[in-house]
Design a protein around this ligand. Structure first.
Ligand SMILES: Cc1cc2nc3c(=O)[nH]c(=O)nc-3n(C[C@H](O)[C@H](O)[C@H](O)COP(=O)(O)OP(=O)(O)OC[C@H]3O[C@@H](n4cnc5c(N)ncnc54)[C@H](O)[C@@H]3O)c2cc1C
Length: 1319
């Protein structure tokens, strides 16, 4: 059973006049005569009273000679316009004052209005009232310039009457808008404006008394304003004009009083006559339309409704006076059932009519024409109010005056309409210009409020848009025209010729280069300006101003953008609603600006960023308050309405953005539910949830909404996941075919993800690795026979074919180079990866032929694309139409079910897009770049080559899975520099995988592993390069000789286009120091190891024992020495008998800095220092050395005769990572010595300390660094393509420099690569 909209019931007392109940027939016969006579008497009083008051004012004016008429000239007779205005004003004044003061006349008017109210004829009331008021407004506005006065013949000023006119215009505009609101609601509350304007005065309570007094005051003041206008028009006329005015007042009064007496006699107000005539006219039209529609049937529900409505009305109608019976009967006679349905104003019936029959896009009948009439009247009233405000306030003139004279001149001085006419014109023109801008903003606002169906689809809305653009064009043009000098006729002729040419070209529909077209447009624009300028020059400015104003008013009335009332008319009830939400705050622009909405999909244009504060505020407001303030229907914007086949589809954009799902999830949930409630209430059949609106955490994928709406709901709620899953699976199969492919799937725990995983494995036997960070989900995958991964890095290692079902920026970071990603997350994160082939599998193509109009908003997709979940709403609507019961597709996806959705979608014209199948790996052999070494340097070069798509191979001597020399250093090594300085180009260590600021050598290895997968780097391990020689072919001028396990001692050759040697400079330990410490230790039989040999537990144990006995010596004072000393001290237990001591033998003393002091990180300072010239570097380091207390302490701990660093020379100071060095030196656990001089037989080591002392030592660690030279090649040969990397001088941040070097080298290689191969 159709739902009926509740109608307001009016608690009006019966409106009957005492006389009407009188039994006496004599009284009945005499009564009209008495009423008529009464009105004549009262009218005479008003008329002559008015003349008397005007006479008084005239005498007063003569006495005060300082005031003169603005008209000025003696004997001037009023113009035609002035005469008409005067007569009109006097008529209105007579009517107002008589209605105000004559209870009988008032009663007649009100009685009729009340009758209409009872019959729920709100639109008729609104139409009549606004028609009156708009006419009043226009006339008052036109009177405005004629009421100017001059003081002492010098200055002009605005009179009180003019200000009162401004007030009256605004007052009438507000009233008009108020009655329209009441008409829209089809009810007027007790103190609603429509009731206040019409109803009789009540005095039952204090509140009613106050309201009555206010109503009387407003009505009286309105009457007084009209009196003032009439009075001033007489006073400001010349003597000849005054005589004309007075005599015409007599004539007009005679006509008026006869008409008023007749009104009383026949008990009919003028308004009732007008409305009846209009009803009779429209009834005929409706009758015709209704007959046509009725032939199609299907109004049964409506008829039932109508009968009820008729019954209601007839009961109320009986209470009307006999005088109104003609009205009631005429209504009944002239309407058919269908018309009554429409008259009944029942929203539901109207909706059914529009919905099922699609008869037209707007309401029909009286209500339709009344509503459009009201809108036009309101537009007129509003526009004249604004124009008058500009005129009165004079703000429009200020910029002009300010520009020309540098002073802001008094408003009164600017608006002398009779003497300085150009200024009047400027007032009008600037008013126009400003109004144009205001109107533009208003239009945009309306459009946002309304269905965007207004933007493109219907011809009327297109016309509106065009007219809006024209208006903007025109208003700006007029403003500019005023500033331009007059133009020569020759020039004008030329531009006219160009213009004609442009029209001709346009009509031929030829496409031209954009620049030509823009040029023609510019010429056209200038021509228009010139024509206008000439018009201004040649004609009377006053006339021009007037003509423009009238033209403009006409234009506003006929052509402007739709008001909310019209939007209301156009609203239709959708079969299927897709509820999306904007991803980002700036995406809302896509709703309004069509070109932007079709732009590159997920990238905001740069111009929106400065608007961020605005977006933020708007976003905050719309998410939190719109729905709360304005109810459920304000929880979304309807951005698109189209018919697709038989289904009316709408796109609703919920009023929250992606970030609100995190910041305001509760409000977001409320918004979604509000939209669903509204959809249910208005009769939408299918609500389809898009993007995050179906997030599990928000509403369980729609389950929450289904519960919220309850079991009696009529709306089907779907999430479209079945169709999406089916589309993804079919797309993947289309692209990968039946070959054995391994997929890494992100977002596997979502409904779609899980269905896709199952279908891919069960139907197509693909291998799927499911990703989830949640251990519980991973267990679930395993239980169902799927391999699982906790990190994305595992996915990089697993496959270069990814299925991305979750928006995660780390995906873009870690997905392998040149891989293929099938995405169904919206939006997807791979926009930044141009090397990855992205296949959007969650998007379908639609049959554009099935659209009844172009879509105005496409969710940022191309015109023919549609999200699969969106298309599912059409499928659901189709199923319902076919007789299916309520569809609630909110639970998990059933892989068996999903194909039926896709089949239905295909029936409706949706198609899976066609993609090229993936190709097998490239088999064409191209000359490659050979990289020797897989440390950070070799890998960064390989990654950069990979990005440039230059074939390459990395040869690594070590057979295991380690990278570079990081596995060969001492155990427990922590990289000194922060991780941000250790990142290699193209991939940073993300905080998820590497949460600390610093990473250990082991963790860095893990990063290098990720790096290899990310760039798909091909490493051949266990291949030791023995030489790199010149002498290959033209294409491969280098020959790399290598040995591997298969070569059985023979060297093999590998031709190379180019060679990058990255064998590292921290690989070969330097044990042969100049003072032959190693020899001395061997002779003295003291155990010694190089720092790189501190790998195994036994060696560490020996070192710790020696230290605890105070018999450990570390030779060297670099970073390795400091790290080892600190690590050993950490392992030595402290206690009462603590004899721990480590002796450090140094030849020169370097600066020792703490790693971090306050907020300053020493490596960050290092970054700055390395940019400085040498002398500044030295100065800076010395400064720190002398300033930082712990550095001073370390310095003092070594014998004073030892050399201190005077120049940095690219060396890196010692970093005291955890403060252990400073505290050790202070506590005496670390003892600073000079170098070892000699060792006596009892293992007594003599240091160069100048005090002759010796120390017994059991173990020595040589922290003496590395042989830094490259043994493989001596010199680089860049010219011929042989490079060395990782041998630079930067010791502050070597890893950073390595990355920079790699980029430079690859850039150079890529420059010559294509050229050299003639590709
Ligand atoms: C203890 C220590 C701490 C450091 N701390 C930092 C720090 O905190 N911050 C910083 O930026 N830098 C630091 N560095 C310096 C530098 O960044 C690293 O040494 C870095 O690993 C150098 O990278 P690389 O690729 O040039 O050389 P390596 O990492 O040494 O890699 C060279 C690779 O080439 C292979 N190779 C060598 N010869 C051949 C051959 N003939 N054929 C095939 N393969 C071969 C090797 O097996 C090795 O895998 C530190 C160095 C050391 C020693």
């Amino acid at each position: 059973m159709p739902q009926q909209c509740s109608r307001s019931t009016l608690p009006l007392p019966k409106q009957t006049h005492p006389i009407e109940n009188s039994p006496s027939s004599l009284v009945r016969q005499v009564d009209p005569l008495v009423r008529a006579l009464n009105t004549v008497m009262y009218g005479l009083l008003v008329h002559f009273g008015t003349l008397w008051m005007i006479d008084l004012a005239q005498r007063q004016q003569h006495n005060d000679s300082s005031y003169t008429s603005a008209a000025g000239e003696e004997g001037r007779t009023p113009s035609h316009l002035l005469s008409i205005l005067f007569l009109h004003e006097y008529w209105v004044y007579l009517q107002h004052s008589n209605v105000f003061g004559n209870p009988l006349l008032q009663h007649l008017d009100r009685q009729y209005g009340i009758a209409l109210l009872k019959k729920n004829q709100h639109w008729s009331i609104a139409g009549t009232l606004t028609a009156y008021w708009s006419r009043e407004c226009l006339c008052l506005f036109l009177c405005l310039p004629f009421l100017q006065r001059q003081y002492n013949g010098e200055q002009y000023y605005f009179t009180s009457t003019q200000y009162m006119i401004l007030y009256s215009l605004i007052y009438h505009t507000i009233k008009s808008r108020g009655v329209r609101e009441d008409a829209l609601k089809r009810s007027s509350p007790r103190f609603g404006i429509m009731r206040l304007v019409i109803d009789k005065f009540y005095l039952n309570s204090m509140a009613e008394v106050q309201v009555t007094v206010l109503r009387l005051f407003l009505q009286g003041f309105d009457t007084y304003i009209h009196f003032c206008v009439v009075r001033d028009l007489v006073l400001l006329s010349s003597p000849g004009g005054v005589a004309w005015c007075i005599s015409s007042m007599h004539v007009l009064f005679t006509v008026w009083v006869v008409h008023a007496a007749l009104n009383q006699f026949f008990r009919k107000s003028t308004a009732s006559v007008m409305v009846q005539t209009w009803h009779a006219l429209t009834a005929k039209k409706i009758d015709n339309d209704a007959m046509k529609t009725a032939e199609k049937g299907d109004f049964i529900g409506g008829k039932e409704n109508a009968t009820n409505e008729d019954k209601d009305e007839s009961t109320e109608g009986e209470s009307l006076s006999s005088g109104n019976s003609s009205l009631t009967s005429s209504d009944n006679k002239s309407t058919t059932n269908v018309v009554q349905i429409i008259d009944a104003n029942d929203e539901y019936v109207v909706r059914q009519l529009l919905h099922h029959e699609r008869v037209c896009n707007s309401l029909k009948g009286r209500q339709g024409s009344a509503s459009s009439g009201v809108d036009k009247a309101i537009r007129l009233a509003t526009s004249v109010s604004i124009l008058a405000a500009f005129f009165m306030i004079g703000i429009n003139n200020v910029p002009m005056q300010w520009l020309s004279s540098g002073n802001i001149v008094a408003t009164s001085d600017m608006c002398n309409i009779f003497q300085d006419q150009s200024r009047v014109l400027s007032v009008a023109l600037y008013s126009w210009l400003l109004w144009g801008l205001l109107y533009g903003i208003w239009a945009i606002f309306l459009k946002s409020r309304s269905d965007s169906q207004l933007s493109n689809q219907s011809s009327s809305s297109r016309r509106r848009q065009i007219s809006f653009i024209r208006m903007a064009d025109f208003t700006v043009m007029i403003g500019v025209a005023y500033l331009l000098p007059p133009e020569s006729k020759g020039m004008l002729l030329f531009t006219l010729i160009v213009l004609t040419g442009k029209s001709f070209i346009q009509s031929m529909d030829i496409s031209f280069p954009r620049i030509v077209w823009n040029g023609l447009l510019a010429v056209e624009f200038l021509t228009k300006l010139r024509i206008l300028r000439m018009l201004q020059q040649s004609s009377d400015t006053m006339l021009t101003s007037f003509v423009l104003t009238v033209l403009w008013s006409l234009w506003v009335v006929t052509n402007a953008n739709p008001t909310p009332c019209e939007v209301e008319k156009q609203r239709e009830v959708a079969d299927a609603v897709f509820l999306g939400h904007p991803a980002e705050l700036h995406d809302c622009w896509a709703l309004w600006l069509r070109p932007y909405s079709l732009q590159e999909r997920w990238q905001a244009p740069s111009w929106v960023w400065p608007l961020w504060p605005f977006h933020y505020v708007v976003g905050w407001y719309v998410c939190n308050y719109r729905q709360r303030l304005f109810g459920d229907k304000a929880s979304f914007f309807c951005s698109d309405t189209v018919m697709y086949g038989n289904a009316l589809m709408q796109n609703w954009v919920a009023t929250h953005f992606a970030r609100h799902f995190v910041t305001n999830p509760r409000q977001v949930k409320k918004n979604i539910e509000a939209a669903a409630r509204h959809a249910e209430e208005i009769g939408v059949k299918v609500l389809c949830l898009g993007a995050l609106n179906k997030a599990e955490s928000i509403n369980g994928g729609g389950l929450g909404i289904v519960n919220e709406l309850g079991p009696r709901r009529r709306i089907s709620v779907i999430h479209g996941n079945h169709l999406t899953s089916a589309a993804v699976v079919e797309t993947i199969h289309q692209v990968f075919g039946d070959r054995k492919v391994k997929f890494f799937l992100t977002g596997a725990s979502s409904k779609v993800g899980w269905a896709v995983a199952q279908a891919l494995r069960d139907r197509h036997a693909y291998e799927v690795l499911c990703h989830s960070t949640d251990p519980g989900r991973r267990r679930f995958f395993r239980e169902h026979g799927f391999a699982s991964a906790a990190t994305l890095a595992e996915g990089s290692a697993f496959s270069k074919y990814w299925i991305v079902g979750k928006y995660d920026t780390a995906v873009a970071q870690l997905i392998p180079q040149n891989s293929t990603a099938v995405v169904f997350s919206v939006p997807h994160p791979l926009g930044v990866r141009s090397d990855v082939r992205v296949i959007e599998a969650g998007t379908l193509h639609m049959d554009l032929q099935k659209l009844d109009r172009p879509r105005s908003f496409t969710n940022k997709l191309r015109a023919h694309e549609i999200f699969a979940c969106h298309a599912a709403s059409a499928v659901a609507a189709y199923r319902l139409e076919k007789g299916s019961a309520l569809i609630d597709e909110v639970g998990p996806v059933d892989p068996q079910e999903m194909d039926s959705w896709l089949d239905d979608a295909k029936l409706l014209g949706f198609q899976i897009p066609t993609f090229h199948p993936v190709e097998d790996d490239e088999t064409i052999q191209r000359p490659a770049v050979v990289i020797v070494g897989s440390g950070p340097a070799g890998l960064s070069a390989a990654a950069m080559l990979s990005q440039k798509n230059i074939p390459h191979i990395v040869l690594e001597a070590q057979p295991g899975e380690s990278f570079g020399s990081w596995s060969n250093h001492f155990a427990g090594l922590e990289i000194t520099t922060q991780k941000k300085w250790c990142n290699l180009p193209g991939l940073s260590m993300n905080n998820k995988d590497f949460p600390e600021e610093n990473v250990s050598a082991e963790e860095y290895q893990r990063y290098l592993q990720q790096y290899v997968h990310r760039f798909n780097i091909n490493i051949r391990r266990g291949v030791k390069v023995v030489s790199v020689e010149k002498g290959g072919s033209e294409e491969c001028p280098w020959v790399v000789k290598y040995e591997d396990s298969s070569s059985l001692g023979n060297t093999q050759l590998l031709p190379a286009f180019s060679v990058i040697v990255a064998t590292g400079k921290h690989r070969v330990p330097n044990k042969n120091t100049t003072d032959d410490v190693a020899g001395k230790l061997t002779t003295a039989a003291i155990q010694f190891v190089h720092s790189t040999e501190m790998c195994d537990g036994a060696t560490w144990e020996q070192a710790v024992t020696a230290a605890r006995n105070g018999r450990l010596c570390i030779v060297g004072l670099g970073n390795s020495a400091a790290d080892l000393a600190a690590l050993i001290l950490q392992r030595c237990p402290t206690g009462e008998k603590d004899t721990t001591q480590i002796h450090i033998a140094a030849r020169t003393v370097p600066p020792v800095f703490p790693r971090k002091r306050f907020i300053f990180r020493v490596d960050s300072l290092g970054f700055l220092v390395r940019l400085m010239p040498q002398f500044l570097q030295d100065f800076f380091v010395h400064l720190l050395w002398t300033m930082i207390p712990s550095s001073k302490l370390c310095n003092a701990a070594f014998p004073s005769h030892l050399k201190r660093w005077t120049k940095i020379n690219g060396r890196v100071p010692v970093i005291d990572k955890h403060g252990m060095i400073a505290s050790g030196l202070q506590s005496g656990k670390l003892v600073g010595h000079g170098p070892i001089l000699d060792i006596t037989s009892d293992r007594n080591v003599h240091f160069d300390d100048r005090n002759g002392s010796s120390t017994a030592i059991d173990m020595v660690i040589l922290a003496t660094g590395y042989k830094e030279e490259c043994s493989l090649v001596d010199r680089e040969d860049k010219l011929n393509g042989m490079y060395k990397i990782g041998f630079g001088k930067d010791r502050f941040l070597p890893l950073k420099s390595i990355g920079d070097e790699a980029k430079e080298i690859v850039e150079e290689i890529s420059k010559v690569y294509d050229r050299a191969l003639h590709l």
